[in-house]
Design a protein around this ligand. Structure first.
Ligand SMILES: [Zn+2]
Length: 358
């Protein structure tokens, strides 16, 4: 069973009155398990939406998945919120994926804009109910396909957020997957974390920290603390842009284009060599810790641009990107810190940096 130690905060937020003893040391037993489990949401099977049979045998991975990968279908947002549309979507995705030679829908689950949750790859629901194995998907490349559950979300989320019905279903499905498979709420990622793609769109991707926190709360887990992401060649987006700004801050001439190509990798290696770090061209915790610069009002330069871009482009807090840390940037940082329940001091130290780029 997953580790689902119940926090007092989780219990209180659940609106459940417990004794001090129950909220403290005595947190094992059936009562706790019942509180921590997230129920199975309504799932629509392949039989219900009229799937074609797979064109080849599907592979059962003989262990639990260890993380979840969120996608968007990059299809129209202008669709009905009905079950009929959801079923049409599921059939269309399956047809597209089978035409790619993937044998069936690539992902294990699909969620429509109306909030209907559907089985993608055949057998995904029964494996989930078993809680010990899963059907190997084709959605995020190797090795992710053999380690994760993929969820396709109907729509295009480069410029707008998904509708509430979709988010609620995504939250309920993720919470149940985490509960059933023992996946930590922090282990919910976007497709772009594994390969160079816009998927699941800037807006949905920016909601993943909130999704992790919401799943943690449903499971009675502590909200996951911010951590440094691991970023390497092939990655793209604001996180890469931040790395490029920080390399420039360190004296390099890296181009800031948001694409982690060979040039960025070379500059990362040079930085690692200069700092006496393991030279692998991968930006992980050790490299992040040396790259970031503690910044506050009065600071200026490339690191400040990284902060401002993150706030403005990735976190939806309107901020001028001019490399000068003035009162406006301080206000934005404080807004961000408040939202993330961090110490609100307007100073971008390591924890705030982690929350910005994590
Ligand atoms: Zn994707």
């Amino acid at each position: 069973m997953p580790d689902m130690s119940i926090s007092r905060r989780g219990l209180m937020r659940g609106g459940i009155v417990v004794s001090a003893a129950a909220a403290g040391a005595t947190v094992i037993g059936t009562t706790t398990a019942a509180l921590a489990a997230a129920p199975e949401p309504s799932l629509h099977s392949t039989a219900q939406w009229g799937a074609r049979p797979p064109s080849e045998p599907l592979t059962t991975v003989p262990n639990r998945p260890s993380y979840i990968v969120v996608h968007h279908t990059a299809t129209s947002n202008d669709v009905a919120n009905t079950q009929a549309q959801a079923y049409t979507l599921a059939r269309n995705v399956q047809s597209w994926h089978m035409s790619q030679g993937w044998g069936d829908s690539g992902q294990q689950f699909t969620i429509s804009r109306g909030g209907y949750i559907m089985e993608g790859r055949h057998g995904s629901i029964s494996k989930l109910r078993g809680g010990t194995t899963f059907i190997r998907g084709i959605h995020a490349g190797a090795p992710a396909n053999g380690e994760s559950i993929g969820i396709e979300n109907e729509g295009l989320y480069t410029g707008v957020q998904p509708p509430g019905a979709l988010y609620d279903s995504l939250l309920n499905l993720c919470a149940h997957l985490c509960s059933q498979y023992g996946i930590a709420a922090s282990k919910i990622f976007g497709h772009r974390d594994f390969m160079a793609t816009q998927c699941p769109g800037d807006k949905l991707y920016a909601m993943l920290p909130q999704l992790r926190a919401d799943v943690a709360e449903k499971l009675g887990q502590q909200p996951p603390p911010p951590t440094w992401p691991t970023v390497k060649k092939g990655a793209s987006g604001e996180r890469v842009r931040s790395i490029q700004y920080l390399l420039r801050q360190a004296g390099d001439t890296t181009a800031v284009d948001g694409a982690f190509g060979p040039g960025t990798e070379t500059d990362v290696r040079e930085f690692q060599t200069a700092k006496g770090l393991t030279v692998d061209g991968v930006v992980g915790p050790q490299t992040w810790a040396r790259l970031v610069v503690v910044s506050k009002q009065g600071a200026s330069g490339e690191a400040v641009k990284a902060i401002q871009r993150q706030l403005n482009n990735n976190h939806g807090i309107s901020t001028t990107v001019d490399g000068a840390f003035g009162p406006g940037t301080t206000t934005s940082v404080r807004t961000f810190q408040t939202r993330r329940s961090l110490v609100v001091d307007g100073v971008v130290g390591p924890i705030t940096w982690q929350a910005l780029v994590g």
